[in-house]
Design a binder for this molecule. Structure first.
Ligand code: CAA
Length: 285
């Protein structure tokens, strides 16, 4: 069934959406990237261009492969162009109002058999599926930043997801070179339920002045052999994303260990989102 897949839509070309579009195009799929207007499309193309240039400079792909990948990528500001898409991944901002708008359109525009996936990291996939008339064909397909590099893909199922949909999406995840794990629709799924409270704890240590940001990052890197420390990772993931995940964990479990650090909340209120806004624990300093 997956072999018949050809055209994949990616709605939203921010950091994650652009990375997801790249992953599919590199795996041989024809990808249509959708954004709301020309300025957003240009920003999305910029993310792709930067990442593909890095892949070339790192020797992951050569110039010929890069040209083939570019040839498989098209861009549009019209969701109607997804009418014949075989599979669509949504990666728009984490607002249920925006998701409602996107999934309402996708449900109307795409053929009834098309599977719709969301890359949400903090909203309920069940709630998103219920925005459509095809909840059996809606799943979470959760990528990790940077999407072209990180190997995990969480396939999030709901009480409405059909077994066929899970099988197809799991196979798609393998086709694009990811290691899929199947996860139930609970706050944080698996990876973020573990990772984001750890980042939040690091922020708490920092705001209590237990150690400097560099010392906290060095401690974890050297102790656990991780590629980057938690405050660097927070800047990369986005402080807004970290806060959103903490808040859904708190809403779901009301467990004190899921209370967001006051500093994290204030930084987000001040639009200090990390790398993407230029201000964070390190960014901009
Ligand atoms: N395409 C293909 N490969 C690429 C690439 C690209 N665009 N960019 C980099 N790479 C490859 C490099 O070639 C290199 O591969 P090798 O090890 O085989 O040589 C590897 O990726 C590492 O790249 P770099 O050497 O450029 O960079 P680095 O060593 O500084 O690593 C990093 C950068 C991959 C980001 C690394 O620091 C890392 O893994 N950090 C942790 C990231 C992480 O934890 N992400 C999950 C966040 S949680 C999340 O995203 C979910 C959520 O919902 C909040």
């Amino acid at each position: 069934m997956v072999q018949e897949f050809d055209k994949v839509g990616v709605v939203g070309l921010g950091t994650m959406g652009a990375g997801i579009a790249e992953v599919f195009a590199r795996a041989g799929f024809n990808v249509v990237g959708v954004e709301i207007d020309q300025a957003a499309l240009d920003r999305g193309k910029g993310h792709l261009d930067k990442s593909l240039s890095k892949a070339v400079s790192k020797g992951k792909i050569d110039e010929e492969e890069r040209a083939a990948i570019d040839g498989r990528l098209t861009f549009t500001s019209s969701r109607n162009e997804l009418a014949d898409a075989d599979f669509v991944v949504e990666a728009v901002p984490e607002s249920i109002a925006i998701k409602r708008d996107v999934f309402g359109d996708l449900d109307r525009i795409c053929s009834p058999g098309t599977i719709l996936a969301t890359n949400t990291s903090s909203l309920s996939v069940t709630e998103i599926a219920a925005l459509t008339g095809r909840p059996d064909k809606v799943v979470g397909l959760h990528f990790f930043n940077p999407a072209p590099v990180m190997k995990l893909a969480e396939v999030i199922t709901t009480v409405s997801t059909s077994g066929d949909t899970v099988d197809v999406v799991t196979e798609v995840a393998k086709r694009i070179g990811k290691t899929p794990i199947t996860v139930g629709d609970r706050a944080g799924f698996v990876a973020n339920a573990l990772l984001v409270p750890y980042i939040n704890d690091a922020i708490k240590l920092y705001e209590r002045k237990v150690a400097s940001r560099e010392q906290i990052d060095t401690a974890v890197q050297k102790a656990a052999g991780l590629p980057m420390g938690p405050l660097t990772l927070a800047d990369m993931v986005g402080l807004d994303v970290c806060l959103a995940v903490m808040d859904v964990l708190w809403d779901e479990y009301k467990d004190p260990r899921y209370v967001a650090s006051p500093l994290l909340r204030r930084m987000v209120a001040a639009d200090h989102f990390g790398r993407k806004s230029g201000q964070g624990f390190y960014a901009g300093r």
